[in-house]
Design a binder for this molecule. Structure first.
Ligand SMILES: [Fe+2]
Ligand SMILES: [Fe+2]
Length: 273
């Protein structure tokens, strides 16, 4: 099995669904008169729906050349949706969409996710892999900010009368802001040879918080789906942020196993000498 093909398909299957849903959330937030923007959002929905279907039609035995071309096609689509999201953000920030229902931070957030997706595709196609320690820190900085934002969105989109849940969301927001600062501190302490021994503890700490945020999101999702709490959160948005936490956990696990593999290889090497 070709690792490049498998990695590419895994990224595209996950993120094309995410991009498709972003188009839907953007559309929901526009006003009835924003016909042009609604149409653009619908077009992006179809583009990513098509990409998602194509990614599922390919398999691990697909020719890598074909996947390379597909990655490029998806890279272009991700770039276009990034431009669209930044345009919408600009319109909101300059008060040209008064009464539209998406927070600027949410639009900025989904543009960062598009940019991340685009970068992953170009890294895959260029075969450029960062040193492990740098990749671990960067990935955590990206995802911790994403998790901190999610906690803030949940806190602001729950009905204010859901006091207990709002408080819990605020606590998560604070917790993840702290973790993000810690990750940024570590990021400035590079080079990687010096930060390497700290990574395992760093990942452990992040994992504990992400797992508990994931559980909170799962509970919120189930309650929203069952219409048992008051909020303006679409059930699909609740499920969407839950899946993104699951993705971050899977990435943390992947890094942990790389570190374990590296440690045992280092041990073997030192036993050899
Ligand atoms: Fe998202
Ligand atoms: Fe997100």
């Amino acid at each position: 099995m070709d690792a490049f093909v498998a990695r590419s398909l895994d990224e595209i299957r996950f993120w094309s669904r995410i991009m498709k849903e972003h188009s839907f959330f953007l559309r929901l937030g526009f006003r009835c008169e924003d016909k042009q923007l609604i149409q653009e959002a619908n077009e992006f929905y179809s583009v990513f729906e098509h990409i998602e279907a194509k990614a599922h039609a390919f398999s691990a035995s697909t020719n890598p050349q074909e996947i390379r071309a597909f990655n490029l096609e998806v890279y272009n689509a991700a770039s276009h949706i990034w431009v669209f999201k930044r345009k919408v953000l600009g319109l909101i920030l300059t008060c040209q969409l008064p009464g539209a229902n998406n927070f600027p931070l949410l639009v900025d957030h989904i543009s960062r996710e598009a940019n991340y997706f685009r970068n992953r595709l170009s890294e895959l196609n260029n075969g450029q892999l960062e040193p492990l320690a740098d990749a671990i820190i960067d990935e955590n900085v990206f995802f911790l900010k994403i998790m901190a934002d999610h906690a803030k969105f949940i806190g602001h989109l729950l009905d204010p009368s859901e006091r207990k849940l709002v408080d819990q969301a605020k606590e998560f927001s604070h917790d993840f802001d702290q973790l993000l600062w810690q990750a940024q501190d570590l990021s400035s302490m590079r080079p990687q040879s010096q930060t390497q021994p700290l990574l395992s503890q760093f990942l452990d700490q992040n994992r504990v918080s992400v797992a508990s945020l994931r559980d909170f999101k799962k509970t919120a999702r189930d309650l929203i789906e069952a219409c048992r709490i008051k909020s303006i959160i679409h059930p699909l948005l609740a499920d969407h942020v839950y899946r993104e936490a699951e993705r971050f956990l899977a990435i943390i696990d992947m890094f942990e196993s790389h570190l374990d593999g590296k440690r045992s290889a280092d041990l073997e090497l030192s036993a050899w000498h």
